[in-house]
Write a protein that binds this ligand. Structure first.
Ligand code: SAM
Length: 307
């Protein structure tokens, strides 16, 4: 059910739009403008003010951006600027900026230059001594971080891992000791494989946040240990659909405990070849000094994976 806009909101939006129109948007500048990551109304009033004033919009996909700005009521010349023509597009943009045009730079979704084209254009424009103005808005990484409850100790943005398995696994190995919270983007058809590889690389105890379809109808933010994550994804194919940000807590969080549990897992795997789950857990508890109930749960999981 949709509710009508309250008179208060109508007045507020009108007054904010007037404030945005009154702002100074210098001529001859490139406006690096973030667009929604799935929810059309996640656009700032300042961004709408810029879109109204610019002479052209440089964008990844002219059809996609054409439709987006149409929804906001704008029609502007579009300059195709994607990863394969960024250098040539930058030259066109620079010429127009020198003539005093205002140009917005957008990507298909979120903030340009974050796992998206844009950095080369910005670099070329700055190198020519021209003005670049960022227009803040959503980025999936930051949106996921804000709702993760894990972002207190700094983070490292990794973005997409290599798609080839060997390269992906060595990239994960290289990140294993990092104490920063790690932020990844992943495609839906790879998410289960990637999370399984993360469990092998980082150990079973570290926490992961699987942030799916942020700001959209089927948004889901699931927090669990890496040991549980593959089974959670596999339990429902809908959980492997859409767009994903994966956050993994830093090595210092699990630290020594991680190592102990990885060691215990190896021990249990051996013991389970000869003993029952409860015998294996009891023996492992005696050998390692770790809690029997945790080892029992781990032994059950190993036995389940085998059956
Ligand atoms: N520039 C964008 C930004 O600022 O977030 C990222 C572009 S990158 C090509 C697209 C990837 O970002 C997706 O494959 C997904 O990993 C992540 N992403 C984008 N929108 C998302 C959303 N609504 N929910 C979860 N992840 C999202």
């Amino acid at each position: 059910m949709t509710s009508p806009l309250s008179p208060y909101l109508v007045t507020l939006l009108k007054s904010l739009a007037e404030d945005a129109a009154a702002q100074r948007f210098p001529a001859g500048a490139l406006y690096v403008l973030a667009t929604p990551i799935g929810n059309l109304v996640d656009i700032s009033i300042r961004a709408l003010g810029v879109l109204e004033q610019v002479d052209a919009i440089a964008c990844e996909d002219t059809r996609h951006t054409g439709q987006l700005i149409k929804r906001y009521g704008f029609s502007k010349p579009l300059i195709s600027t994607h990863q394969h023509n960024e250098a040539a597009a930058a030259q066109k943009i620079i010429e127009r900026l020198r003539n005093g045009d205002r140009i917005a730079l957008v990507s298909d979704a979120g903030t340009p230059a974050i796992s998206d084209p844009g950095a080369r254009v910005v670099d070329a424009v700055l190198t020519q001594g021209l003005t670049v103005v960022p227009i803040a808005g959503p980025s999936a990484a930051v949106v996921a971080l804000s709702a993760s409850g894990l972002s207190g100790e700094g983070f490292q943005f990794v973005g997409f891992l290599p798609t080839k398995q060997a390269q992906r696994d060595s990239a994960l190995q290289a990140l294993k000791e990092s104490t920063a919270l790690l932020v990844f983007y992943e495609a839906p058809h790879r998410v289960l494989d990637t999370v399984t590889a993360m469990r092998e690389a980082f150990g079973h105890q570290r926490r992961i946040v699987i942030a799916r379809e942020l700001s959209k109808l089927f948004e889901q933010i699931h927090r669990c240990s890496l040991s549980e994550a593959p089974a959670w994804l596999a339990a429902d194919t809908d959980r492997q659909r859409g767009e994903f940000v994966l956050l993994i807590e830093g090595a210092n969080r699990g630290g020594k405990e991680d190592e102990q549990f990885n060691e215990a897992r190896r021990l249990l795997t051996l013991l389970l070849e000869e003993c029952s789950v409860s015998q294996a857990a009891a023996l492992a508890a005696k050998i390692t000094g770790l809690k029997k109930n945790k080892l029992y749960a781990m032994a059950l999981e190993i036995a389940d994976q085998r059956s």
